[in-house]
Design a protein around this ligand. Structure first.
Ligand code: CA
Length: 227
């Protein structure tokens, strides 16, 4: 999944980006409110980001203004506020302005990741944390919190990016995802995907989970669960 991180504190930004990347998220990081608006406008539409992590005290344009602008334009992307101000009034203002959740700094990276996953799950309309897919006589399950994939209840070791590709496909089972859509779930701005990396991950997944689990729809992309 792709996350926009809006944070002007270099230390916090660096550690959040590193921590979430380790969990297989694609992170775009901007350091002021104006850049955040630009990122959301340029990438446009509802599909651009799965989540926004938003600091409130920001240069150029405050986080609350960014949030209000976002909601005024009808974007309903989940927003988690990260704020050092622990005043109740700030949190209330944030939630009133359309934030979905908040964390008070300093926070634990594991807690941040857990909340990110919870918001994403709610957004995808899943109450269950587990993604499950039946394929021929195989049952594939993916647990986003434990970063665990099982085939017929036997754990399968995947790389972080193989995991992210599988998660993206399972979340939209039955839909065809283009290579670009998959790349957007995997890479932030400062990471240049190689020319055939998606194919490499798909190849790895097929090897580990069955050769016909992921179908290639020629000229369109990849899909799970469509016959
Ligand atoms: Ca700040």
């Amino acid at each position: 999944m792709r996350v926009l991180l809006v944070e002007d504190d270099a230390m916090i930004g660096t550690s959040v980006r590193a921590g979430l990347r380790q969990d297989g998220f694609a992170i775009d990081w901007v350091t002021d409110g104006q850049a955040a608006e630009n990122a959301l406008a340029v990438r446009g539409g509802q599909e651009a980001y799965d989540l926004v992590l938003l600091d409130l005290g920001l240069p150029k344009k405050g986080g609350l203004d960014v949030l209000r602008g976002l909601r005024a334009r009808g974007l309903d992307v989940p927003v988690l506020i990260m704020t050092a101000r622990d005043a109740v009034a700030d949190r209330v203002a944030g939630l009133d302005a359309g934030a979905d959740d908040y964390l008070v700094k300093p926070f634990d990276l594991d807690e941040l990741a857990a909340r990110v996953r919870a918001l994403h799950r709610r957004r995808s309309g899943r109450a269950e944390a587990l993604l499950r897919h039946e394929h021929d006589s195989d049952v594939i399950t993916l647990d986003p919190a434990r970063r665990e994939v099982r085939r017929n209840d036997v754990p399968v070791a995947l790389s972080a990016r193989e995991f992210a590709v599988l998660e993206a496909l399972l979340e939209r089972a039955g839909a065809v995802l283009s290579r670009t859509q998959l790349e957007e779930k995997l890479y932030g701005w400062d990471e240049e995907p190689g020319s055939n990396t998606i194919e490499v991950y798909i190849h790895g997944l097929r090897k580990k989970l069955g050769s016909d689990l992921i179908r290639n729809v020629r000229g369109v992309g990849y899909t799970i669960g469509m016959r």
